[in-house]
Ligand binder design. Sequence first.
Ligand code: BDP
Length: 615
Amino acid sequence: MLRAKSTPTREVVSLDGLWKFAVRHEPTAVEDWAKRFDPRAREAAVPASYNDLFADQEIHDHVGWVTYQKTVRIPAGWAAKEVVIRFDAATHEAIVWADGHEVAHHVGGYTPFEAVITDFARPGEEVTITVAVNNQLTLETIPPGEISQRGERRTQTYRHDFFNYAGLTRSVWLCGVPKTRIVDVTVTTRLESGVARIGCDVRLSETAESSAVQMHLRIKDAEGAVVATAGPGADTLSLDAPTLWRPGCGYLYELEATAMSPEGETLDVYSQPFGVRTVEVRGTEFLINGEPFYFTGFGRHEDLPVFGRGHSDAHMVHDFALMTWMGANSFRTSHYPYAEDVLDYADRAGIVVIDESAAVGLNTAMGGGEFGHRDKPTYGPDYVTDATRLAHEQHLRELIARDKNHPSVVLWSVANEPDSCVDGAREYFEPIVALTRELDPTRPVTFAHVALPGAGDDRIADLFDVLCLNRYAGWYFLTGDLAVAEKVLSRDLGTWAKNYRRPIIMTEYGADTVAGLHTAPAQPWSEEYQRDFLETYHRVFDSIPEVVGEQIWNFADFATQVTTHRVDGNRKGMFTRDRKPKSAVADVRRRWLELKNRASSTPTTDPETTAEEQA
Ligand code: BDP
């Protein structure tokens, strides 16, 4: 789905700001909420999760529907436009009404959706938008969860280890767009003998005019100079000696598509940024532009005080600045698709992204980040069913449609820590992987593997291109015993390397660390232990050539559901929740800057030669 943006033919109005907000208790019929505007309702900020905005336990813990309302004036000049409202995300389910008429219903808390509201949008006049948002997770949602009743109270349980923040967590846009318009653009790039072939698939809305539309394409370089053009009928453009998108140097071109009527009238213009780069898994190497790439960085969360999972440009800029300062070159969008603003920014910053779906918690042996006792089988009528898989597939469709054009995205992660060693796992994941490859044949596919089953027990890893492993020896087990943990980790990684002959990225490793807690000798929870823990893991990585990346869990401390093993959230951050560095930052920074220097002084393979070799 295209981003909301202004172009010569499109106008956008941001609906971010304060919206009237109310917590709803069923069984009121949901559509009744849209019938009246309550001027006395409290106000909530958008974008933000609503949970931490108020000092109100009931709102913080609410399970079910809330409503947001805003009255907006349609710009007077939009008479000839189609009016579309676009939600960058509503977590997890949303129903939208325009002046009481239902215009959209969407399930999936981290992908965008839009609705045409032209019939209710009179230029120069006001329209009231009501959005009901439901935060419930069920066995038919991704991620899954379960609802139960505790006396009068409805409660939500889920097996993933981050707080179920909800609401209008990303921007909302009102767009005035042409009726005959571009609705989708897919850019693919290929390198052949020093020339980049740019495949452009531009889709139009279906109107009486669209079959006669002529599409004109041109590519501008980063300075805005036109470097390639194509007339109607062409869907491939060429760039001689293109400047490549590289880790650390996010060079972007822009594809400008202009839809024209046969009479030469401009109907719509849309510009899509893209980068020219190759990604390939070859043997045990992960290659970007034909050069071996070693991932350094973090698993992260969209998690902030007050905002919850709400997007904030200021915090995004700051987080990227801290990551770059540390020498990180990558992160994983653990454990859901992040705001599109974040991927746009990663494209420009040259930061490499492992793009993860929201499929987390598909594992009854896990609960809130801890290994529990499996209370029921994961795959079967009581937990992950066909309905869960269908929701997962729909989510992947929306994720890949949204993120396919980002050069920063080099790898899809279809799930975090699913149950992979039991009956049903292979049957579940075979179609999931096949669908991902069909939706995007240009990127490799992975999943993040939980520590529980050993290399011998896993039933799905061979379906994937890259092994992403999450490990906690020395924390959840062998707690405090890093000497033995080192041996166990080394044996574990060595076995995976030998059995699978694929690149390994350590996508999680870390120890909860309370900032300011110091002990001698190093004890779990102290800053000294975090430092020793990471140093131990790094020694092991350096001894196993198949390890092509390390992403520490986590970039910053984050909010979780309340349990007895979390004190004010998960404390495995290298930074506190308000982004103060813990002691280990200095050591890791030294290591990553050194790895970076080593990589930039290593002679590199010519990416064009590599592309030719592949062909
Ligand atoms: C892993 C999960 C991650 C948790 C982490 C932890 O992938 O979401 O937060 O453990 O326990 O199992 O800190």
